[in-house]
Design a protein around this ligand. Structure first.
Ligand SMILES: Cc1cc2nc3c(=O)[nH]c(=O)nc-3n(C[C@H](O)[C@H](O)[C@H](O)COP(=O)(O)OP(=O)(O)OC[C@H]3O[C@@H](n4cnc5c(N)ncnc54)[C@H](O)[C@@H]3O)c2cc1C
Length: 431
């Protein structure tokens, strides 16, 4: 019995992104029979595709397998907000991890959004990419203090942040006066997430990576100096393996699934906002995620639809009806959009970690994993792929620009849903 039943039904779930993607699905036929490669990448989201692309650029012989099509997971279904940084602030990271490790983490995550836009530019990926900033509005006076301190910390790291008072926030968002101020991070922006994933797949292929979809890896076995990855219809032999399965991680590697908590996040999109309202609704087209624990995150797409996201309780294929709870924040912020029809509702799995950091592991000699983006993997998944490619290229873990840590399964992980929820609050992974 698969741990992720949805992977047994691997067609692309309906979403705004599936309906509007500009990049075509790349050629990724199922693997049949026997194949071999220097490096086998398992998982075809941003992490796996970026790993495959960076490896192929180095001239490595790389083969990627995905249980569905590349971009099928969260990478083809997210909000498309390209956000640098993590939930923890730079100085908290420096204090907790010390100058050496702390600086590596802050430097890597701080440059993550630029890494996305650079790749898009360098390879001409058609994904409506705009690097016009990310706004974090504060929902309470206390949250404003925290957000201001965060902005100041990034400023001390050399980022040209902009502090915003309440009037400026409301003018930039064009919403009701619900916020107390906030800040703008100029490094952020947005992409059409599925087009971005497909673009990465196309470019990886053009550099020689072999991609196969509808091919779930069922088992990994060590055979001498090689690994044998067994699928339903074939097998791959490779000296190195990269696991890039994030919220869809199954039992393939002992303990990996239990090192993260996999949760659904959900999105809705309205019909295009009427022309007369567009001039004042997010006129700068920035992405927004506020400071609430269960945050509201929203933006416009390239066609003027308003997207709203939040925690979801459902499945990989929520109905429109199941998306309706997200209309409540949308209507509070933009009451003039109350009658605008809801056109799409979709969801996917994110992977949360106890320490709020993405994890990079060397699981065994020649086996690498990167996961746990805590709902912020557009930028960081892309960078994680590059880090995984560097590890597979022989860079020693102690010289990596991001710390390599041991795998640590979360205690009591297997308990059922209510307990997982309790753990979520306990670990404050949404803070
Ligand atoms: C609704 C939603 C909104 C989000 N919004 C944002 C946002 O605005 N900004 C942001 O930064 N992040 C956002 N995220 C998070 C972001 O999408 C993820 O962090 C990121 O896409 C993770 O990429 P990935 O490549 O690691 O994993 P995924 O894209 O999830 O890919 C994992 C892949 O592994 C494959 N797989 C699993 N097991 C196997 C196996 N055994 N064999 C073969 N293949 C396997 C799956 O088929 C899947 O395609 C959001 C996520 C969701 C769901």
């Amino acid at each position: 019995m698969p741990l992720i039943p949805e992977l047994e039904k691997p067609s692309l779930p309906p979403s705004l992104w599936a309906a509007t993607a500009t990049e075509e699905p790349c050629q990724a036929p199922p693997l049949t029979g026997e194949a071999s490669a220097e490096v086998l990448v398992i998982g075809g989201g941003y992490t796996g595709l970026s790993a495959a692309l960076h490896l192929a650029e180095q001239g490595r012989d790389v083969l990627l397998l995905d249980a569905a099509e590349p971009g099928w997971g969260a990478s083809g279904r997210n909000g498309g907000q390209v956000i640098p940084g993590l939930k923890d602030d730079p100085e908290a990271i420096l204090e907790h991890y010390g100058q050496d490790v702390g600086n590596r983490i802050v430097g890597t995550v701080g440059g993550a959004a630029d890494a996305v836009f650079d790749l898009v530019r360098r390879h001409g990926i058609a994904c409506d990419a705009v690097q016009n900033g990310w706004i974090q509005p504060a929902h309470s006076p206390q949250a404003l203090e925290v957000a201001t301190a965060r902005a100041r910390q990034w400023e001390r790291q050399g980022v040209d942040v902009r502090l915003l008072d309440a009037d400026q926030v409301h003018a930039m968002i064009g919403c009701q006066p619900l916020y107390h101020g906030g800040w703008l991070d100029p490094r952020g922006g947005s992409v059409q997430p599925l087009s971005y994933a497909r673009g990465l797949a196309r470019v990886a292929t053009s550099h020689g990576a072999r991609l196969h979809g509808n091919t779930r890896v069922l088992r990994l076995q060590r055979e001498g100096a090689e690994w044998r990855a067994v699928t339903g219809s074939g097998e791959v032999r490779a000296r190195q393996i990269i696991l890039a399965t994030n919220g869809y991680t199954d039992a393939l590697w002992p303990g990996l699934r239990r090192s993260v908590v996999s949760l659904f996040s959900q999105q809705i999109a309205t019909a295009p906002v009427p022309e007369e309202l567009r001039a004042r609704l997010l006129p700068g087209r920035q992405s927004v995620s506020d400071t609430r624990k269960l945050l509201w995150y929203f933006r416009l797409d390239a066609h003027g639809r308003l997207l709203m996201g939040g925690r979801g309780e459902f499945s990989d294929r929520p109905t429109l009806e199941q998306g309706k709870p997200l209309l409540a924040p949308l209507r509070k912020l933009f009451p003039e959009l109350t009658d605008l029809p809801l056109e799409y509702s979709w969801a996917g799995r994110v992977a949360m970690t106890r320490d709020h950091l993405p994890h990079l592991h060397v699981l065994e000699e020649g086996v690498f994993a990167g996961l746990g983006f805590n709902g912020r993997g557009v930028a960081m998944g892309t960078v994680m792929g590059r880090l995984l490619a560097e590890l597979a290229g022989g860079r020693p873990p102690e010289e990596m620009p991001y710390p390599v840590t041991p795998l640590k399964p979360i205690p009591f992980h297997g308990l059922h849903r209510p307990v997982t929820r309790m753990l979520i609050h306990y670990y404050k992974i949404f803070s």
